[in-house]
Every structure is written in C-alpha cells, then in structure tokens.
Ligand binder design. Structure first.
Ligand code: FAD
Length: 474
C-alpha cells in the first residue's frame, strides 16, 4: 500500500466493467459475495459503448432507410432523408440507456462500484488509481480477482489512429457525419459491418483485404451472399493487398497498399478505417506483481473454470483465450463468479454461437460438416433455402439458407450454419438444441409457428432425415 491509500477488503474484485466483468460482478454479488467492480472508462465496456450495441444500432437505422428506399418491388416508393447526426444521437441514447442500466443493476445487486485503473500490487491486493497519477489511489484486498480487461483495436504500422484521417472502429461509430469516401482496411466482421453501414449512407467504400477472401474463417457458401450483396451496395473489395502507408493530399488522403509480389496500388479517399482485429488488454494490470505472464497471443491462459495459473485470479472475456465475443465473456463471467463462490461450475464451449450482422447476416454454432468429420463423426447434413420459405418471401429477403449438421448414427445435432434474414436470431434455437442434446427428430417434430423464418430450422432437420416437405430431398 502506498502512503495515503485507503484500503478496503472484498471477497471478489472484478477488473473491467464490460459484458464479462459486470456480469461476473452481478453474479458474484447475487451469490452473496462482497464484490467490487473497478472500471477505468465506461460501464458496459467495449460492447455497450463502442462495439456491439453502437454498431447494431447503426446497422438497424441504415437498414430502415435503405429498406424504404429499395421497396419498389412491394409497391412502396420512398426517398428517405437521413440526418446522420440525429441517427447518431439516437444510437447514443440507446447506449446511454444500456450503460445506465448496467450501473443500476450492479448497485441493485449490491456490487460496490469503483472508478479508476486497477493494477496488481501483490497476490491479494489491487491498487486503484483514480483519474490518473497524482489524483489519489486506494487499495483493495481481495480473496479472488476476476480480470476482465477486454481488448482494443490493433493499430498497423504507419496507421496510428488520429480520429481525423485514420479511424478505429470506435471512432468510426462515433462520427456525427459521414465522409464522401472511406477506405476500410480489413474485411473481417467489424470491417464488413461498418462498410455496410457506410455504403447504405451513400459513402463510397473500398475495402482493402490482405487475404483473398472476405470474413475469413466462415465457410465460403456463407460469405458468398454477403460478398454479392456488398458488391450490389457499391462496396469495392480489393483482395490480396496489405495497406502499408498513407499521405495527405489537397483533396483528402491517398492510401497505398501492396500485394504479395511487391506491386503497389493507391486509393484516394477522405478517411481510412483500420479494422484488422483486436488485441487483449493486459498492460494496464501490472501482472509482474503476481508473476502472471500473457501467452504469445497476449492473453491470459485459463482452465475450464476460468482460473489463470494464479489460484485466486480468474480471466474472462477478450483477455482470455477463445473467440472475442460478448456472450462468451458473459458466460465466462458467470462461471468465474460461481467458482469463486465455491460452486462446481465449469465452462462448456460446444455451442458458442457467432453472428456477423452484415447484409445478409451470417450465424454459426457448433461444428461444420468438415469439423464434424475431423472429430470422427459421420455427419448427416440438411439444408433449407430461404427461397422456399413463405415468411422469407413476405419480407422481400429470401436469399440464403439454414444448414444443420448432425451425427448420422444417433441423430444428435452437432452444428448449424445460417446465412440470410435474422440468422443471428435463428441460431439461438439450434444452439439450445445442441446444448440440450436434441436430435434431428426432436427439432423436426417440434411444431413451429407458420409463417416464420424459424420453420427453416425444422425443414433443414427434416431434410437431413430425408423427408423435407418444402424442398426436394436429394
Ligand atoms: C465494432 C465492434 C462490434 C462488435 N460486435 C459484436 C457483436 O455483435 N457480438 C459480440 O458478441 N461481440 C461483438 N464485439 C466484441 C465485444 O465487444 C467484445 O467481445 C466484448 O466487449 C468483450 O467483453 P469484455 O468484458 O471481455 O471486455 P470489454 O468489453 O473490452 O471491457 C473491458 C473493460 O475493462 C476496462 N479496463 C481495462 N483495463 C482496466 C484496468 N486496469 N482497470 C479498470 N478497468 C480496466 C476497460 O475500460 C473496459 O471497459 C464487437 C466489438 C467491436 C469493437
């Protein structure tokens, strides 16, 4: 403890108030542990303030405008006027409502909230620095500490974020007006979600991607519809190019990118958004004080109870291994809190869904056919196209399909992949099915409401069983 520190004791100290940390803190307090949550920026973390929620609000708002402007087929003629400033104000209102809710929920559950940057000062002590050095600090003695410090956008050399010419995703989602043109570096999910928003607002978007595919890691038949819709929106995607520098010109900036053979290409634009991935945040923590070292990815290794190599220190969310997803962070937070309370909780990653909120959406859960084969299953696969779904046709958006993967012998569902309308919502049913050990028969014999998109999951399971009604059983 440094001179002048006030010291408090707590059963569980949680560092970081994102969807990992605040959920862990609420769960720990619910179980009856004295819990202190320390946050150095904004409750709700990246997800609520700068990530999931702002991006989805902007996606929905631009979909409303774009949908109205492109509904002639339905006999609707409209030319919506978009006030980007007001759209952003609405988005900020949604964020404020949610982040305010986090604070209220924490308090109502009895979580002690503390603002400041926490760093380890020993195996059972954190030092919390308020608002910067010299503005006072205090110490927390803890029994257990849950590290939930999240991640930040990766900067590439020569493209330091300045908020003016070179933007991070956080800065792009905070713009109160849009530029005429934008180069987006990276065709991952963040790059493609924001590119879609910008294109729907009339921005001239060029995506520069080092690999030769969009949304790497997702099966090609899921990304193809996204690629063609992006093209239809006027998004130009340049593959096999790595952005390497930019310079200011009289009219904006020029971004230069290089291919694998050393050839360069230049793109004139107003701004560049760099969305090449995120890196875990561990440098705020003074990990040396507890002899804990990040692995080569910069993350803190954990076991199935979210424990690090230091017995009473847990790590959850983006700072721990696995996909950087808000719902994964929250689940790990709940498990860490329960384990800290002595409960026999453990993590189970067999059905972690992932969604990309592009146009159309992509969502996956569990295993693909290839992964199932690699794990020794003989997979049975069923597919249902949205073009055969009555509900999809009534929404005017019938591109894509639901695919289910099951174990042929037992019928147990192993995974699902969806591209199309509401894929992010539809995947929930199949996640539950996998989690519950449901079979193709279980889902196929469940009566689904008509007409809904969800019928497609039932039909895909029927297809895997060879008796789909609304598609041919080949
Ligand atoms: C544009 C964008 C869109 C996204 N969309 C989605 C989506 O649709 N779905 C999805 O699942 N995920 C999405 N994500 C990812 C999601 O935001 C993260 O996976 C999630 O926020 C991780 O939660 P976390 O609690 O681990 O960390 P974070 O949310 O990053 O929170 C960590 C918190 O810790 C605080 N902190 C750090 N160090 C300290 C310290 N020493 N002391 C005190 N506080 C500290 C930080 O200020 C921060 O508030 C998106 C991300 C971005 C950027």
């Amino acid at each position: 403890m440094v001179v002048g520190d006030v010291s408090t004791g707590t059963d569980v100290a949680v560092v970081g108030g994102g969807p990992g940390g605040y959920v862990a803190a609420i769960r720990a307090a619910q179980i009856g542990l004295d819990t202190t949550l320390v946050e150095m920026d904004a409750y709700g973390g990246t997800c609520l303030n700068y990530g999931c929620i702002p991006s989805k609000a902007m996606i929905t708002a631009t979909d409303v405008a774009h949908g109205a402007a492109n509904a002639e087929e339905m006999g609707v003629y409209a030319d919506p006027e978009v006030d980007v400033g007001e759209m952003v104000e609405w988005k900020d209102g949604v964020v404020d409502q949610l982040t305010g809710g986090v604070e209220k929920l924490c308090k109502a559950n009895g979580v002690n909230l503390m603002e400041g940057r926490a760093e380890f000062a020993g195996g059972d002590r954190l030092r919390v620095v308020h608002g910067g050095e010299g503005q006072g600090s205090e110490s927390i003695e803890f029994e257990h500490c849950i590290v939930a410090t999240g991640s930040r956008p990766i900067e590439i050399p020569g493209f330091e974020f300045d908020g003016e010419h070179v933007l991070s995703s956080r800065q792009a989602l905070a713009m109160d007006d849009v530029p005429e043109s934008m180069v987006v570096v990276g065709a991952g999910y963040i790059g493609m979600e924001i590119s879609t928003v910008l294109a729907k607002l009339g921005v001239d978007v060029t995506v520069v991607e080092m690999l030769d595919e969009m949304l790497a890691g997702y099966p090609e038949d899921l990304t193809r519809p996204v690629e063609s819709r992006a093209e239809a929106l006027g998004i130009e995607v340049e593959y096999g190019l790595a952005a390497d520098s930019w310079e200011e010109t009289d009219d904006g900036i020029v971004v230069t990118a290089e291919d694998g053979d050393g050839n360069t290409e230049s793109f004139e634009t107003e701004q560049v958004l760099v969305a090449v991935g995120r890196e875990p945040v561990t440098d705020t923590l003074n990990l040396d004080a507890i002899d804990l070292e990040p692995n080569e990815d910069g993350r803190l290794e954990t076991d199935r109870q979210a424990r690090t190599d230091v017995e009473n220190v847990f790590a959850i969310g983006d700072v721990a291994p696995g996909p950087m997803l808000a719902h994964k962070a929250s689940k790990e937070g709940q498990v860490a809190a329960e384990v800290a309370a002595g409960e026999p909780a453990a993590l189970d990653y067999q059905a972690v869904p992932a969604a990309v909120f592009t146009d159309p959406e992509i969502a996956t859960v569990g295993l693909t056919e290839d992964e199932a084969r690699e794990e020794g299953f003989e997979p049975a696969v069923g597919k249902f196209p949205f073009s055969a779904s009555g509900r999809a046709l009534t929404t005017g958006d019938s591109e894509g399909f639901v695919r289910v993967v099951a174990d042929e012998e037992s019928g147990f569902l192993l995974g699902a992949q969806i591209v199309g309308p509401e894929a992010s919502e539809l995947v929930a049913e199949l996640g539950l099915a996998i989690e519950m050990g449901a079979t193709l028969e279980d889902v196929a014999s469940t009566i689904h409401t008509h007409p809904t998109l969800a019928e497609a999951t039932m039909e895909a399971c029927e297809h895997a069983l060879g008796h789909a009604i609304h598609t041919l059983n080949r």
